[in-house]
Design a protein around this ligand. Structure first.
Ligand code: FE
Length: 301
């Protein structure tokens, strides 16, 4: 691996705190004041970590999406999902849900009833992956994988471990299918870890550190907790540990290089398509969530 070009951390963005949905706190590197999006990633939200008391936990009740994918990855706590296509899921620690909203879906994303009632700790991610123009109106799709079904690997020295949600690392291939080539990996680096990984040069690569700090690129630039590093051109990524354990998401995607018209829960290519999305949602063409009394579970006076 002598002639490889290791991608440098070209830009480091510090996330801001923001209230989302029904009022939950997220750490959000994009979109922010400095950067709108890093094609094809539209949004990176770190939910929490937050410790809710009884009755405090809030989520995002019924709302629509069109034109992209929402990816939810739970680290701590429990999330419940329902959508207008009839998908239902409960995500616990380490579980992933990859939802292709495509032509349109209405969904609800809430902390589990147990956490809403009794409180608890919640920590996780939601990332929005844009869809190319030709796939924006594709049929909604739902992929859900539990922690045990997600491939894992570690380096020979045991100092770097990865959970592969999308893409490939250390010879391990993801089980989730993506519409365009996407990398989504949860890395844990012990002090002394130093790993260099090949990734195709047409990918835009990103590193988001959510615990400790890591060193990235040929010169080992430090990326701290809550910071997003946007990597430059190259064909490999170098991740190195620091003095304490570091955890990070390694993300990558092939830039779509298409116009983005974005408003709230819709991401299209033109303003006219956005207006159409609103109209379709308001007239009920994105459907609604069918609930039974049992699932609704809210008969308290
Ligand atoms: Fe949503």
């Amino acid at each position: 691996m002598k002639n490889e070009r290791v991608r440098a951390a070209e830009r480091i963005v510090t996330s801001h705190r923001q209230l989302e949905g029904g009022g939950f706190v997220v750490r959000r590197p994009i979109p922010g004041e400095q950067i709108d999006a890093v094609d094809p990633f539209l949004l990176i939200d770190e939910m929490g970590p937050v410790e809710y008391g009884p009755g405090e936990a809030v989520g995002a009740p019924d709302h629509p999406h069109r034109g992209f994918e929402t990816v939810t990855y739970v680290l701590e706590g429990e999330m419940e999902h329902e959508d207008s296509a009839g998908h239902r899921g409960r995500l616990g620690p380490g579980d992933v849900q990859w939802m292709t909203a495509g032509a349109g879906i209405v969904h609800s994303e809430m902390p589990s009833q147990r956490i809403r009632e009794q409180g608890g700790r919640v920590h996780g991610f939601q990332i929005w992956v844009n869809l190319p123009k030709k796939e924006k109106l594709t049929r909604p799709r739902y992929q859900e994988y539990s922690r045990e079904k997600l491939p894992q690997a570690r380096t020979d020295d045991g100092k770097a471990e990865v959970r592969v949600i999308a893409g490939e690392a250390l010879g391990v291939q993801a089980v989730i299918q993506t519409r365009t080539p996407i990398v989504y990996q949860d890395w844990t680096l012990q002090p002394g870890a130093d790993v260099t990984l090949p990734f195709a040069s047409d990918l835009q690569m990103l590193v988001y550190v959510f615990e400790g700090s890591a060193r990235v690129g040929p010169d080992g630039a430090t990326v701290g907790e809550g910071q997003l590093a946007i990597l430059g051109a190259g064909d490999s990524v170098r991740l190195a540990g620091s003095t304490e354990v570091a955890r990070l998401l390694l993300l990558g995607g092939v830039p779509l290089r298409e116009p983005v018209a974005r408003y709230g829960p819709f991401v299209m290519n033109t303003r006219a398509e956005l207006a159409e999305a609103f109209e379709d949602f308001q007239s009920g063409r994105m459907g609604e969530i069918t609930r039974t009394a049992e699932v609704q579970g809210d008969s308290s006076p």
